[in-house]
Design a protein around this ligand. Structure first.
Ligand SMILES: *Cc1c(COP(=O)(O)O)cnc(C)c1O
Length: 244
């Protein structure tokens, strides 16, 4: 199957899952998770109509930006971000989805202030409480969110989660529902620099259940590009692969 055909199939599935859940398909954005795929593959996905591209590694982001691979689509950062690489991401992507710790918030604030911009982010939530994963714990949010006013160069657009990988995709429904409730709860309150309208959850194996549970953005890699080549693994991707 070509990338264009895969994107078309996923869009049909998005529409079906949305309609079955009484939702408008337009309310769900498709983010192509482009890690380990080259500029040409990224261009094909954009031409096929994905809504944005999500990159995991700073090195790949920088290389593909130099190749103008993302022309025509917003770029998001979706991988674990080291504070010493924040300079190469802030201001270059429209959304950093994987903000998983206070130290990173502080580093993004410093860099965004230096550039004189406001950086949109999502807070990554460790919804499965897994030691191997980053992300804020649900109980940290009541103290974190009121503090967002102290980060004038950051705007929180919503939440992101990578639930535990499990064989039966509906097993993650519990986590997806928890995320949705959390997001509804936060948007009902008023916090400075916070407006929760994005709920990023669902990947190749479980995006339809994520949509049924209220996801507004799915991040899909394998179902668009095919299986990734892990002959030269990267620590983070090794984790992802082993969990599958
Ligand atoms: C790779 C990746 C995805 C996509 O995973 P697939 O299973 O290939 O669809 C989504 N989100 C993040 C953060 C990823 O790293």
């Amino acid at each position: 199957m070509s990338i264009a055909q895969n994107v078309a199939t996923i869009k049909q599935n998005i529409a079906q899952a949305a309609i079955a859940a009484g939702r408008d398909p337009k309310d769900i954005l498709l983010c192509a998770a482009t890690k380990m795929n080259n500029a040409d593959a990224v261009r094909q996905a954009i031409a096929a109509g994905v809504d944005c591209c999500g990159e995991n590694r700073v090195q790949e982001l920088t290389a593909k930006l130099a190749e103008k691979a993302y022309a025509g689509a917003p770029i998001h950062f979706i991988g674990r971000l080291q504070t010493n690489k924040v300079k190469q991401v802030v201001g270059r992507v429209s959304l950093i989805q994987s903000v998983d710790r206070l130290k990173l918030l502080q580093a993004i604030q410093t860099e965004a202030a230096r550039q004189g911009i406001v950086q949109d982010i999502l807070l990554e939530i460790n919804i499965g409480r897994e030691e191997s994963k980053g992300g804020f714990l649900v109980e940290e949010l009541p103290t974190l969110l009121p503090k967002m006013g102290e980060f004038p160069n950051i705007f929180v657009r919503g939440l992101m989660a990578i639930p535990p990988i499990c064989k039966i995709s509906s097993n993650n429904d519990k986590f997806f529902h928890e995320m949705c409730n959390l997001s509804v709860d936060i948007s009902s309150k008023k916090y400075d620099n916070v407006c929760v309208d994005i709920l990023s959850m669902g990947m190749s194996d479980d995006y339809e259940s994520a949509i049924r549970c209220g996801s507004t953005m799915i991040r899909v890699g394998t179902a668009i590009f095919g299986a990734r080549d892990y002959t030269k693994p990267h620590p983070r991707d090794v984790n992802i692969q082993e969990e599958k």
